[in-house]
Ligand binder design. Structure first.
Ligand SMILES: Cc1cc2nc3c(=O)[nH]c(=O)nc-3n(C[C@H](O)[C@H](O)[C@H](O)COP(=O)(O)OP(=O)(O)OC[C@H]3O[C@@H](n4cnc5c(N)ncnc54)[C@H](O)[C@@H]3O)c2cc1C
Length: 431
């Protein structure tokens, strides 16, 4: 058997497998489903390009003809106001293309898994991991179910990349639900959607809805198909007492630009819904195990951060794991720097997201401002792992304080009750 067992063959697991194989560390990826399998999370940010390059996957992304994403556009509910950004405005170190991609996740995830296999990872599909085996408080293998029989697979180290199923998180009771966000998403694919002008038809489009934390994504999947997802607070869905169809259609009509884009659109697959998706684990590392991607932390998807976090966490974790193999030290203490790095990045995303929901006009004001625009762009591209490099968050906080203090500020009425103080500590404390 391999030294490392990676549970989950999504983007995080396949990236981890790729890095470990490149480092000569034997690894097996155990995936419960058979790829291709559908998945939500179809729009990437540009920081992923650096990792595609490092693991030699960028050529595949280019060859397979995924839709190129050059920027993003936001639409207010009533007004004609649209705000756009282009990635070309902020070139990133180590990224020499001014676009990222929108992906059909069934195809993308399958290609990533095949890529890991090509680099040397052993891949087992259709096998479900039941439990991580522990001996004296240290992970030492994985119990799987093969053809109805339970089999114990021994290994030196276990990586949990099970996404929102969070195998170790549940087994060791590490999960802390997000104290603020309890969002609910309904999404489907459409044909015949009017995607916009020649300049922005391949952007991700975000339409604001006139309900609490409500928005809609429009993501081009290929020439024909566009993914559309309605996101609101779960309470908004509950209180509406509508079925999914009615709920979706009703919200589409509340944003003029969206209703216009959807006027001739025809749904081509079933609605899917996602809920309860914001949480953190109290620990990302333990003796003989670590968590990557959604298995560690999930922040609200408004800025398309998930796949980028999945890939970056796999990269950082693989670096720490290489050092662990060198030192023959797989203890929680040795692995901790990885946890610290990932927490820094996800906390930056989380803070940005909360400031955004705290005062919606603040975001559009900042991206329209010469002074702040590039720093916001830097965040939107996924450059989040060094807190000192994102002073714009402090500028946003100061702006909110001013609005709160002032009696007649024009944004005053748009303030929400989202807390913006530091919550990462709350989310990482075991109860
Ligand atoms: C509503 C919504 C919208 C989103 N939009 C975006 C977006 O636009 N852009 C973006 O970047 N991200 C988005 N995301 C987030 C994105 O979906 C995830 O962050 C990303 O898929 C995480 O990758 P992962 O590899 O960690 O997990 P996953 O992609 O979920 O992969 C986990 C894999 O583990 C397997 N598995 C689970 N349990 C077991 C087990 N016990 N044994 C074996 N295998 C197992 C699963 O079958 C799966 O293949 C969105 C999420 C939501 C909920």
């Amino acid at each position: 058997m391999s030294d490392v067992i990676i549970i989950g063959g999504g983007p995080a697991g396949s990236t981890m497998g790729s890095y470990l194989s490149m480092a000569g560390i034997s690894n097996t990826i155990i995936e419960g489903a058979f790829h291709p399998r559908p998945h939500v999370g179809e729009s990437l940010v540009t920081s992923t390009t650096r990792i595609f390059k490092e693991i030699g996957f960028l050529e595949t992304m280019e060859r397979e003809g995924f839709v190129k994403k050059y920027g993003a556009s936001w639409h207010a509910p009533a007004a004609k106001n649209t705000f756009s950004i282009l990635f070309s405005e902020f070139p990133q170190e180590g990224v020499d293309q001014d676009y990222t991609y929108h992906v059909d996740r069934a195809k993308f995830d399958m290609l990533m898994l095949k890529h890991a296999e090509g680099l040397g990872s052993k891949v087992i599909q259709g096998v479900h991991a039941r439990e991580v085996l522990m001996e004296n408080g240290k992970a030492c293998g994985v119990k799987v179910n093969i053809d109805g029989k339970e089999v114990d697979l021994p290994c030196k180290f276990v990586v949990d990349a099970t996404g929102r199923k969070t195998l170790i998180g549940h087994q060791l009771k590490l999960m802390k639900k997000d104290p603020i966000f309890n969002q609910y998403a309904v999404h489907a694919w459409y044909e015949g959607l009017d995607r916009g002008t020649a300049e922005d038809k391949e952007h991700i489009h975000i339409y604001f809805l006139p309900v609490e934390r409500g928005w809609v994504w429009q993501i081009p999947i290929d020439d024909r198909i566009t993914s559309v997802g309605v996101v609101t607070e779960r309470e908004v869905f509950r209180e509406s007492r509508m079925d999914i169809d009615k709920y979706f259609e009703t919200h589409v009509q509340t944003n003029g630009n969206l209703a216009h884009a959807m006027r001739n659109a025809r749904r081509v697959n079933e609605y899917k819904s996602e809920g309860d998706y914001s949480y953190s684990m109290t620990d990302f590392v333990g003796n003989g195990w670590l968590l990557i991607g959604d298995a560690a932390r999930f922040v609200d998807p408004i800025f398309s951060s998930g796949v980028s976090v999945a890939l970056s966490s796999a990269k950082f974790a693989s670096e720490q794991l290489r050092a662990a193999f060198k030192e023959d030290d797989f203890s929680q203490a040795f692995l901790k720097p990885y946890e610290t790095k990932l927490r820094t990045g996800t906390e930056v995303w989380y803070e940005f997201i909360r400031l955004y929901y705290k005062l919606l006009p603040l975001f559009t004001y900042f991206i329209s401002s010469k002074r702040h625009r590039l720093q916001v762009l830097q965040l939107l591209q996924g450059e989040v792992y060094n807190r000192e490099e994102v002073p714009v968050l402090q500028a946003m906080r100061s702006f909110i304080e001013q609005v709160e203090k002032s009696e007649h500020h024009s944004f005053k009425g748009a303030l929400t009750d989202i807390p913006i103080d530091d919550l990462e500590e709350v989310l990482s404390e075991s109860s």
